[in-house]
Design a binder for this molecule. Structure first.
Ligand SMILES: CC(C)(COP(=O)([O-])OP(=O)([O-])OC[C@H]1O[C@@H](n2cnc3c(N)ncnc32)[C@H](O)[C@@H]1OP(=O)([O-])[O-])[C@@H](O)C(=O)NCCC(=O)NCCSC(=O)C[C@@](C)(O)CC(=O)[O-]
Length: 306
C-alpha cells in the first residue's frame, strides 16, 4: 500500500479542543498552548473562533488570543468566522494580528446546521459567500469545514450525496480547501472513504483534510482509510481535547499525539516532535485538571516515569 510521504496536521486544540470547556480558560493559557504547539513543530494551528460569545462563551477572548500569540514564520494560524460579523471582528485588529486563514463552517445535515449556526445549509452558503470573497480579496486563505459528513446527532446516518451537495456549494463560493469532518465520531473506514470520494468530485486530494472525532474509537482507522485515498492533511487535537457544543456526547478530536505515532510508524514525515507534543498536551491537561485522552501520551509518560 502506498501512503503519502508527508502529512500536515492542523492542531485544532486551542479552538475545537477548548470551545466546549465549561470552566473559563484564561487567554494566557490558550496563548501558551499555541506557543507549545508551534515549538513542537506544528505548522498549522486553529487558534480561536469569531462566533457569538452568547453561543460559545469560551471563545469570547478571540481578539486577545490572536493579539497575544508570538507568531512563528512558516506557521499558519486559522480562526473560524461564520459570517461577516465574525470576519470583520477577525480583521478589526492591525494586520499583524490577522489570521492567515479563516474557516467557514457548514454541515451536510440540515438539523445540525440549524443547531450549530442557526440557519439552513442554503442560508449558510449565502452567509459564507461574502466572507469568502472578502477574505480572498484581503489575501487570507479560506477553508471550509463540513460537519456531519457521515453521521449527525439529530438526523442519524448521512448519505455521501449530502456531502457531494455541500462540497459543491463550498467550491461554488470559492472555498479553497475543505475538511471532511466526522463531528460525532460515528464513522468507520468505508463510510469515511465514501464521504471523501464525494468531496473529491469537487476538490483535489491536496485540498481535502480529514477531521475525525474519536467517540467510537474509530478515528485512527479512519485516518488510515483517508491516507489510503491519498489524503495528507488532517486535523487533530492535542491531548484529544474537545467536543462540539452542538453535538451532545461527542468526544474530542483524535489526539494529535496518537496520529503522529501512527504516522511515524508508517514512515510518514510530519515534522512534529512527539515528546514536545506530549509536553504540550500535559500542559493543557494539567491546567484543565484531568488526564490526557491520548493513549500514546499516557503510554510514553508511563515509560518516562520508569
Ligand atoms: C453563527 C451565529 C453567530 C449565528 O447566530 P444568530 O443568532 O443566527 O445570529 P444573528 O446574526 O441573528 O445575531 C444574533 C446576535 O449574535 C451576534 N453575532 C452574530 N454573529 C456574530 C459573530 N460572528 N461574533 C459575535 N457576535 C455575533 C449579533 O451581533 C447579535 O447580537 P445581539 O444583537 O443579540 O447582542 C451563532 O449561531 C453562533 O455563534 N454559533 C456558534 C457556532 C460554533 O461556534 N459552533 C462550534 C464550532 S463548529 C464545530 O465545532 C465543528 C467543526 C468545525 O469543528 C467541524 C466538526 O467537527 O464538525
Amino acid at each position: 500500500m502506498d501512503y503519502p510521504a508527508r502529512v500536515k496536521i492542523v492542531d485544532v486544540g486551542p479552538r475545537d479542543g477548548l470551545q466546549n470547556e465549561k470552566q473559563p480558560v484564561p487567554a494566557s493559557v490558550k496563548i501558551e498552548l499555541v506557543q507549545r504547539l508551534q515549538d513542537a513543530g506544528l505548522k498549522e494551528i486553529e487558534v480561536t473562533s469569531f462566533v457569538s460569545p452568547k453561543w460559545v462563551p469560551q471563545m469570547a477572548d478571540n481578539a486577545e488570543v490572536m493579539a497575544g500569540i508570538a507568531r512563528k514564520s512558516g506557521v499558519r494560524y486559522s480562526v473560524l468566522t461564520p459570517n461577516m460579523k465574525g470576519f470583520e471582528a477577525a480583521v478589526a485588529a492591525p494586520r499583524e494580528y490577522w489570521p492567515d486563514e479563516i474557516v467557514v463552517f457548514g454541515a451536510a445535515s440540515e438539523a445540525f446546521s440549524q443547531r450549530n449556526i442557526n440557519c439552513s445549509i442554503a442560508e449558510s452558503i449565502e452567509r459564507f459567500a461574502p466572507v469568502v470573497e472578502a477574505a480572498r480579496a484581503a489575501g487570507i486563505q479560506v477553508r471550509g469545514a463540513m460537519s456531519c459528513t457521515v453521521g449527525c446527532p439529530y438526523e442519524g446516518e448521512i448519505a455521501p450525496e449530502r456531502v457531494d451537495y455541500l462540497a459543491g456549494l463550498m467550491k461554488g463560493i470559492g472555498v479553497q480547501r475543505v475538511d471532511v469532518a466526522d463531528t460525532i465520531g460515528v464513522g468507520t473506514p468505508l463510510k469515511v472513504q465514501r464521504a471523501i470520494e464525494a468531496t473529491l468530485r469537487h476538490f483535489g486530494v491536496d485540498e481535502i483534510s480529514g477531521h475525525f472525532h474519536d467517540t467510537y474509537g474509530q478515528a485512527l482507522s479512519n485516518t488510515l482509510a483517508a491516507l489510503q485515498l491519498g489524503v495528507w492533511n488532517f486535523q487533530s487535537s492535542v491531548a484529544g481535547l474537545g467536543g462540539c457544543p452542538y453535538a451532545k456526547g461527542a468526544t474530542g478530536n483524535v489526539a494529535t499525539e496518537d496520529v503522529v505515532y501512527l504516522l511515524q510508524g508508517l514512515g510518514i514525515d510530519t515534522g512534529i516532535h512527539l515528546e514536545k507534543l506530549i509536553d504540550a498536551g500535559q500542559y493543557i491537561s494539567e491546567h484543565l485538571g484531568r488526564p490526557t485522552q491520548s493513549r500514546v501520551a499516557r503510554a510514553l509518560m508511563a515509560r518516562r516515569a520508569g
